[in-house]
Design a protein around this ligand. Structure first.
Ligand code: GLC
Length: 455
């Protein structure tokens, strides 16, 4: 009898121990499997759209100009994107080579593009009068893209969201914060947040990605306790078991608290790691400086810079989420249309070096001015020529390892030959190097790609 009681006690302790921290029980390989479509896809579209498209000077305009909700109201009252046609957007995304898209269902200003039963501050109550998300989801699914929702944890409109250091009405002293927050009850906001996340995850069918944004713990900041991140995430996992979630809930140290990391407007030096282990990642980037439509901002990246962003991400095992900020008429900025078209032109012929590809095996050294990607299933190595070389192209250490070489865009053979020239100085090739004989004229491709079939 005593042994039985001891056994029961041990079992009970074990159960509570295990029950506590697990937000999500999943093995490493189950996670890899769940994320597989996303790591294979590599390239997605971010869409930042809301009533900040009217001022057209950054999605943080309410904050940057410290506008009150009353001052900001004119953008809500005049929101009427009469040219909105998400089928056109979806087509442009697909033709650019993107495989998934993530749209802002609500940004920091609190405006909801979806019809919400918990607020009147949504698209349905603007002159436009319709749920923008419903049409968006249908259009993107119809083009074969996976769909994702961005949802802002921050809310500068909700009367119970406490004023903090990133709020438009941020205070100058602690006393002022205390005074401003009298009567504001974060419990009410927390419930609102949970209700809305449940709403977007139940009204539109299967949602592939959830992008929650963002936490800033510390003095007059907000983090996991303010959002009730653990419970929120449990609910999300329960409602959409297959969903992929970013890492901005302030749960980085909890197993199951996130799926991928999100370097923003930043090129990583190497594949991000935690405790020596490579982790899934996606960099989010803008064409120019702002996420929301910004009429007078002119620092737009050129086609080559954009392609390098994509290729370099894949070469380090990551994804690129590239942002478009549609106008208040509901169309893409003409500069974005042009950039997407140029990327699509390259992707049409070269996407084989992007989809299903990752970092090349460690033993392969990238030749000068090049980026490598690798498809582990087909054993093909892709050399992206950022600066087109002259005739002899040395591949260090690849002798005896390559069956065949060709340009990717037109499948034309590239000869494997001894280095060609006269009075050649220095060590052009060592015994283990391979030499390719490239045509003198650069192919008419922004970044030409050599495809090597490895042994
Ligand atoms: C930032 C900004 C925001 C943008 C986001 C995209 O956190 O607050 O405006 O939506 O990054 O990653």
């Amino acid at each position: 009898m005593r042994t039985l009681i001891t056994l029961l006690a041990v079992l009970l302790t074990a159960c509570t121990l295990f029950a506590q921290p697990a937000i999500w029980n999943e093995t490493e390989s189950q996670k890899t499997e769940r994320l597989k479509w996303w790591t294979d896809a590599r390239f997605g579209m971010f869409i930042h759209w809301g009533i900040y498209a009217l001022p057209a000077r950054h999605e943080w305009v309410k904050n940057q100009e410290r506008l009150t909700t009353e001052q900001y109201q004119k953008y809500f009252d005049n929101f009427n994107p009469d040219l909105y046609n998400p089928r056109e957007w979806a087509k442009m995304a697909r033709e650019a080579g993107m495989k998934y898209a993530v749209i802002t269902t609500k940004h920091h200003d609190g405006f909801c593009l979806f019809e919400s039963q918990y607020t009147g501050y949504d698209a349905v109550n603007t002159p436009y009068g319709r749920d923008l998300i419903r049409e968006w989801v249908d259009a993107f699914r119809a083009e074969g893209l996976k769909v994702g929702f961005y949802y802002s944890l921050i809310d500068w409109h909700h009367p119970h969201f406490t004023v903090d250091r990133v709020h438009p009405q941020r205070a100058g002293s602690q006393e002022e914060y205390d005074r401003m927050n009298e009567g504001r009850d974060m419990n009410i906001y927390r419930q609102y947040l949970k209700n809305q996340v449940r709403e977007i995850l139940t009204k539109y069918g299967k949602i592939d990605i959830l992008w929650l944004d963002y936490s800033y713990p510390g003095e007059n900041g907000k983090g996991r306790d303010d959002w009730d991140s653990v419970e929120l995430l449990r609910m999300v996992r329960q409602l959409q078991p297959g969903i992929i979630i970013n890492d901005r809930l302030d749960l980085k140290d909890m197993p199951g608290g996130w799926d991928f990391t999100t370097p923003e407007q930043f090129k990583v030096q190497s594949w991000p790691e935690i405790d020596g282990k490579k982790i899934p990642w996606e960099t989010c980037q803008t064409f120019s400086g702002s996420w929301g439509y910004y009429r007078d901002e002119h620092t737009w990246k050129d086609t080559k810079q954009l392609l390098v962003l994509l290729i370099e991400s894949v070469s380090k095992g990551g994804n690129l989420l590239l942002n478009v900020g549609p106008t208040a008429r509901g169309t893409f900025d003409y500069r974005a249309v042009e950039a997407l078209g140029n990327m699509g032109e390259w992707m049409k012929y070269n996407s084989r070096s992007v989809y299903n590809c990752t970092q090349a095996p460690e033993w392969i050294e990238a030749p000068e001015h090049s980026l490598l990607t690798y498809n582990p299933e087909t054993k093909r190595l892709y050399i992206h020529l950022l600066d087109y070389p002259l005739t002899n192209f040395r591949l260090p250490g690849l002798k005896g390892k390559v069956k065949y070489a060709q340009f990717l865009h037109d499948a034309s053979e590239i000869l494997i030959t001894a280095p060609y020239g006269h009075h050649m100085q220095g060590s052009i090739a060592t015994e283990n190097d391979l030499n390719l004989r490239l045509p003198v004229i650069k192919p008419p491709v922004e970044i030409p790609v050599i495809e090597l079939f490895l042994e």
